[in-house]
Ligand binder design. Structure first.
Ligand code: FES
Length: 152
C-alpha cells in the first residue's frame, strides 16, 4: 500500500490557497520545535464568515497537504466551525496520514486556532471563553485586547 493517499499527494503537488492576504483580519504562525517546520495562516473574515484563507508553509509534504486541506475545510464557513476543526478531521479529509506524520496535521489545527486568536484580539469579539481565570491585570494571551462586545 502506498505510504500516502492520493489526496495527500494531490494537495502536496497542487496546494490550494497558497499565499498571503495583505489585509487579513487574523494571522497565525506556528512551528514544530522538533522538525523546524513553520506554518502561517491568513484569514479574511466578514460577518464571522471566513471569506478567504491563505497559507504559507515551510515544511514537509504532509504539512503542505494538511495546510491546503485545512484551508479548504474552513473557507466559506463560520468562525465557529473553524474553531472546532481538529487535526483528525484534516487527516481524515486527506484519507489518512501515516501515524508518524499526524503531527503535521496538528500544525494546521494550531495555525488556524492561532489566526482565530489573533482575530479575536483584533476584533474584540469573544469567540470562546478563556479556559483560564484571567483577571483584568493578568490577561490570558487568548483574551481580546479590547472590551468584549455584549453577548446576546
Ligand atoms: Fe514537520 Fe511534517 S515533518 S510538519
Amino acid at each position: 500500500m502506498a505510504l500516502y493517499s492520493e489526496k495527500v499527494m494531490d494537495h502536496f503537488r497542487h496546494p490550494r490557497n497558497v499565499g498571503v492576504i495583505e489585509d487579513a483580519d487574523g494571522i497565525g504562525e506556528v512551528g514544530n520545535a522538533k522538525c523546524g517546520d513553520i506554518m502561517k495562516m491568513y484569514l479574511k473574515i466578514e460577518n464571522d464568515i471566513i471569506v478567504d484563507v491563505k497559507f504559507e508553509t515551510f515544511g514537509c509534504g504532509s504539512a503542505i497537504a494538511s495546510s491546503s486541506m485545512a484551508t479548504e475545510l474552513i473557507k466559506g464557513k463560520p468562525v465557529e466551525d473553524a474553531m472546532r476543526l481538529t487535526n483528525r478531521a484534516v487527516a481524515e479529509a486527506l484519507d489518512g496520514l501515516p501515524a508518524y506524520k499526524m503531527h503535521c496535521s496538528v500544525l494546521a489545527e494550531e495555525a488556524i486556532r492561532s489566526a482565530l486568536e489573533d482575530y479575536q484580539k483584533r476584533s474584540g469579539k469573544v469567540l470562546w471563553e478563556c479556559p483560564r481565570e484571567a483577571s483584568e491585570e493578568e490577561r490570558c494571551s487568548c483574551a481580546p485586547e479590547t472590551e468584549p462586545a455584549q453577548q446576546e
